[in-house]
Design a protein around this ligand. Structure first.
Ligand SMILES: [Fe+2]
Length: 182
């Protein structure tokens, strides 16, 4: 089950709220313009499934999201704990940044930690299997896949070639919990 924790941005040791209730997570994130949904597969997705098989299992929701938002590209990314570039991949988005398009990810398997920094608060979202998160363009955030990353995710893009992180230079991410570390 996914989990949301909300902190004041100067109090990383004292969450104001912690919830694994999907409806509550969606409600709290909607206040800051972030979409959170839980999707069910229409067919089992086996380990090693092809991109086509993964997309087919979630076709109705994928098509709905594409129609609603006008995404031009949908792909499937898969990272295993023994990925040779896992440390480099993890480091890439560990610091606070934003994008000039929405960051939309659906977790087919595994998990990852999105942390958003909005209006003096920090929203830490552990996204697990079955969870969709859409971070609006311009929203400052960071993403941690953990030291032993394990996830399969569907990504939605309008301009994949323009997918770059604009880093704020803030060190706030270093003061909040890292994923998979005590
Ligand atoms: Fe990002």
């Amino acid at each position: 089950m996914s989990r949301l924790r909300i902190f004041a941005n100067d109090a990383p040791d004292a969450p104001l709220l912690s919830s694994r209730d999907g409806d509550e997570i969606a409600r709290e994130l909607a206040r800051i313009g972030v979409t959170f949904e839980r999707w069910q597969a229409s067919a089992p997705v086996e380990p090693g499934a092809s991109q086509e098989e993964v997309l087919a299992a979630y076709r109705a929701d994928v098509d709905r999201l594409v129609a609603e938002h006008g995404f031009n590209t949908v792909d499937v990314i898969s990272i295993a704990p023994d990925h040779p570039d896992r440390h480099e991949l993890r480091r890439k988005f560990l610091d606070e940044h934003y994008h000039k398009e929405d960051e939309v990810r659906f977790f087919v398997a595994g998990s990852g930690l999105f942390t958003l920094h909005v209006d003096g608060k920090v929203y830490e979202v552990e996204c697990v299997q079955g969870g969709l998160i859409s971070v609006p363009d311009g929203t400052t955030h960071w993403f941690d896949m953990g030291p032993q990353p394990s996830f399969v995710a569907i990504r939605f893009f309008k301009e994949p070639d323009g997918w770059v992180g604009h880093f704020t230079g803030s060190d706030i991410a270093q003061r909040f919990p890292r994923y998979g570390e005590a």
